[in-house]
Design a protein around this ligand. Structure first.
Ligand SMILES: *Cc1c(COP(=O)(O)O)cnc(C)c1O
Length: 388
């Protein structure tokens, strides 16, 4: 639907422009930071809202040798789109998941417990093909992953028995950080040391993994000793800093990939004392002009940014006046009268003076990950700088 409108060049209500040259440059920057490791571009949740297939292709062009998704369905969709010259790993499984399809599609599947190992072994036998299995340890995140100690010993032992039968190949050993975005947090060193112990146990038992990995974007950017054989970068691929504490995108040599903009839908003069939007949480302080921006929380504009979200309109930063509604919000233009149809930029790389996703995160009390990931399916993604 939206793509047709985008391709026809018709003016759009709203658009999320996706700069694939920026994405490729970010992948190259990250690869240079972790020269001893392969790079996995994490493209879960529709590539953090940027569009999984075009972003996956661009990342592979820039040298990503792995793609990562949360769910198996996301990974299978990449294969169905013809992305077959790269390893794809997925890690968020529930009982009864599409294990057979995953084995057939040559996915690397993550296993955190005995139930999952049993299901993948059954699927591999049914399909008659060796499954690529990566064993995940919980080194301290307290989320998914196998507990160290007896649970890990049992999982490793069973996986090795299945490997000896030729049913699975243990391709990886891996884990995930809790606080890598807070450099110096004591849990980081503790998790690394537990990871090394879990690796040593598995390797003594006979596991010969192709890849050992624990680093997400913040660890890739700040912690070389965590790079091991593979780094799993998500948010940084999209040019966004994992946290202000680590630096801005520019500090890190990254360029934000998404620019979210809308066409100003109405400009009108109103008297002072005029309530604006649901609940009248904003009242015009005097005679002024109001601009209608035709995107709302159904498009992913956070309602928590009511009264605070920044927008570049007519060369000036304006602030969401009153509540963000489902489909639209209003800005006080202070008497200016930009043309109807002119561009309102909610966020982008920042070099045209526009706000960034990080500015929206601050305005809404969240993280920039959530800002880009929530941009809804009603907003067309318009890809620029694709290589053909
Ligand atoms: C999302 C995710 C990543 C990527 O995290 P970023 O902070 O976006 O780099 C890496 N590994 C796992 C397991 C994830 O779920």
């Amino acid at each position: 639907m939206s793509e047709t409108a985008a391709q026809s060049g018709a003016p759009l209500r709203a658009r999320a422009e996706i700069d694939l040259a920026a994405l490729r440059a970010n992948v190259r920057t990250l690869r240079a930071l972790a020269p001893g490791a392969a790079l996995m571009a994490v493209v879960k949740s529709d590539a953090y809202g940027h569009g999984a297939v075009p972003c996956a292709r661009a990342a592979v062009e820039a040298g990503a040798r792995w793609l990562g998704t949360a769910t198996p369905e996301e990974a299978l969709a990449l294969r169905a789109a013809g992305i077959d010259d790269v390893r794809i790993m997925c890690w968020l499984w529930t009982p009864g998941g599409p294990w057979r399809e995953a084995v057939q599609a040559d996915l690397d599947v993550s296993v955190s417990g005995m139930w999952a190992l049993r299901e993948v072994v059954d699927a591999a036998r049914a399909v008659g093909k060796t499954a690529r299995v990566q064993l995940k340890g919980d080194t301290g995140l307290g989320r998914n992953g196998c507990q160290p100690g007896a649970d890990w010993a049992e999982l490793v032992g069973e996986a090795l028995r299945a490997e000896a039968e030729g049913v699975v190949r243990i391709t990886g050993l891996w884990s995930h950080f809790a606080c890598a975005d807070e450099p110096g947090h004591p849990s980081i060193a503790a998790q690394l040391s537990t990871f090394r112990e879990m690796l040593a146990y598995a390797e003594r038992a006979g596991v010969r993994p192709e890849v050992r990995h624990i680093a997400n974007s913040p660890a890739t950017l700040t912690l070389p000793e965590a790079h091991f054989d593979l780094v799993r970068t998500g948010v940084a691929v999209y040019g966004i800093s994992p946290s202000p504490e680590i630096g801005s995108s520019a500090d890190l040599g990254l360029r934000p990939v998404m620019t979210l903009s809308a066409s100003v839908a109405l400009v009108k003069r109103v008297p002072g004392g005029h309530g604006v939007s649901y609940g009248h949480h904003y009242v015009t302080p005097g005679e002024t002009t109001l601009g209608l921006i035709p995107v709302g929380y159904a498009d992913g504009v956070p309602r928590h940014a009511s009264g605070t979200g920044p927008v570049l309109v007519g060369g000036k930063w304006r602030t969401v006046a009153g509540r963000v509604a489902m489909d639209q919000f209003v800005v006080d233009l202070g008497g200016d009268e930009p043309a109807v149809g002119s561009e309102a930029v909610l966020f982008g790389p920042g070099d045209r003076g526009e706000p960034t996703a990080e500015d929206w995160a601050q305005a809404a009390g969240t993280i920039a990950y959530e800002i880009v990931t929530r941009i809804g399916s009603r907003v067309p993604r318009v890809y620029v700088h694709a290589t053909v």
